[in-house]
Ligand binder design. Structure first.
Ligand code: ADP
Ligand code: MG
Length: 463
């Protein structure tokens, strides 16, 4: 599981790389950057120079880890904030000089608490100088469309989160925006409400009930992106930049359980969790090696103690949490946490779905066991799931002196990994093998040995 797939073009389904210079763009960003001045002479680069076009007829999802600049990008494209360099064009005109027609839906709903539902929806029309009668009529129609008829005179505080976001949608749509921007609009809602609102949004979009020509949605939820989007843009961070941009060609309505769906989710997950691997190669690159021909999984360089720590934290969080949040809680860089997550996944202790890590039954048993039992569970899981460990153990069992030189395995690993990486693979294998008492390593003679052999030898020499 660890590295299989990401470089395998054939497995990436139903996508096609997007030509970001498409003509007839509604919004076109040219080399836009964002940085913030610092008291010192340094500045914080939040977004590096980026080109991006928004064309009619599509739902675009912008995905990325927190802090990758999703909201910053949305604000620049929607005219809410100016890029520090570069230019955003609205139908070919610099956006600051153009008469733009966009709305934004926020995660926090951002309703006026002192206005009723109806008044909230009317507010943007009032700001645009629409007369009171038309304002009212259009707002009532829109409230009807989003399923809020009967709630016109309620105040936001009387509404559930889902209802508040319906008001948010009504207020955004009532001005008939050409582009509807949404910044994590479903993130504050419970799962069912979110799912409900997503399908209603898709229905509105499909029926063309709204004159909106493009929806641009920021999300950190991979499944949400695959469910909704015609096109997915994945951002990386430090500074923010586009890592990949492709079309999703799975027909609507989409089935979360369909193979094309889960494969695409998996692909994006891998893009997100491997900031060091160029994903641009993934959808199209024919020259990359097919990972299925690779014999050894790449062992993530994680220590058993780290794996146990992560599992214990997950148990505290009722068994499931967002990986990026876990990293935040641990004050880990995501790049430091991911090998641990990968290792736990490789061993069958946790599963990763749409960016959430959830502990498996085996993982929970492992985390809740006492130390000796933990070692046994770890050993069984490692031998079952990790080819290199299995091979080392088998070779040791097979040989009459129960020792095998390190070089024997280095030679095999070298065919697949660089020299340095082969050495690191061995080091990690040794750490895991020792912890699980699968084998021991005699560092002075650079050879693997069965645990009791080394003990017997040292016992023998001390006598
Ligand atoms: P996302 O929406 O992907 O989580 P944001 O666009 O909110 O990311 O932020 C991207 C980065 O920009 C973050 O590292 C954030 O700390 C930084 N940032 C945002 N606003 C400011 C600001 N006013 N001054 C300095 N840094 C900022
Ligand atoms: Mg954000």
């Amino acid at each position: 599981m660890h590295s299989a797939g990401i470089q395998n073009a054939a497995q990436v389904p139903a996508t096609q790389t997007v030509d970001r210079n498409a003509t007839e763009a509604i919004i076109r960003a040219e080399k836009i950057e964002k940085y913030y001045a610092q008291p010192s002479q340094n500045r914080i680069q939040v977004f590096s120079a980026t080109d991006l076009s928004i064309v009619p007829g599509e739902i675009v999802a912008l995905l990325g880890p927190s802090g990758s600049g999703k909201s910053t990008m949305l604000r620049m494209l929607s005219g809410l904030s100016r890029p520090s360099a570069g230019q955003v064009y609205w139908h070919g005109k610099p956006i600051s000089e153009a008469e733009i027609n966009v709305s934004i839906v926020f995660q926090s709903f951002a309703l006026f608490p002192w206005l009723t539902v109806l008044e909230n929806v009317e507010a943007p029309l009032q700001a645009r100088g629409v007369n009171p009668e038309e304002r009212r009529a259009r707002s009532m129609r829109m409230l009807d469309t989003v399923g809020l008829d009967g709630f016109e005179s309620a105040y936001p505080k009387e509404l559930s989160g889902g209802m508040k976001q319906r008001v948010g949608f009504a207020r955004a749509l009532v001005v008939e925006p050409e582009v509807l921007f949404m910044d994590e609009p479903f993130s504050a809602l419970d799962v069912l409400t979110a799912e409900n609102l997503r399908s209603e949004l898709l229905e509105l979009w499909a029926k063309k009930t709204m004159p909106t020509r493009c929806v641009f949605i920021v999300t950190h939820n991979i499944e949400e992106a695959v469910l909704l989007a015609d096109r997915i843009i994945v951002l990386g961070r430090n500074p923010g930049h586009i890592r990949t941009d492709f079309r999703v060609q799975i027909p609507q309505p989409r089935d979360r359980k369909a193979e094309a769906f889960t494969q695409l989710v998996d692909f994006i997950y891998k893009v997100l969790t491997r900031p060091d691997v160029a994903p641009a190669e993934a959808p199209t690159g024919p020259r990359v090696r097919d990972q299925r021909q690779m014999k050894y999984q790449m062992l993530p360089h994680a220590r058993p103690g780290g794996i146990a720590g992560l599992l214990e934290l997950l148990i505290d969080k009722n068994g499931r949490d967002d990986i990026y949040r876990l990293a935040d809680d641990l004050a880990f860089e995501i790049d430091d946490l991911l090998p641990i997550v990968d290792a736990a996944q490789l061993l069958g202790f946790l599963k990763v779905e749409e960016g959430d890590a959830s502990i498996t039954e085996l993982g929970a048993t492992y985390a809740n066991s006492e130390i000796l039992r933990q070692k046994e569970i770890f050993r069984d899981a490692a031998i079952e799931n990790v080819l290199l460990l299995r091979q080392i153990r088998r070779a040791l069992d097979a040989k009459s002196n129960h020792t095998v030189p390190e070089e024997f395995f280095l030679d095999m690993l070298d065919e697949q990994f660089s020299d340095d990486e082969s050495q690191r693979q061995i080091e990690t294998a040794v750490t895991w093998g020792r912890y699980g008492e699968i084998f021991d390593f005699d560092a002075s003679r650079r050879r693997f040995v069965l645990p009791d052999v080394l003990q017997e030898e040292s016992a023998g020499s001390s006598e």
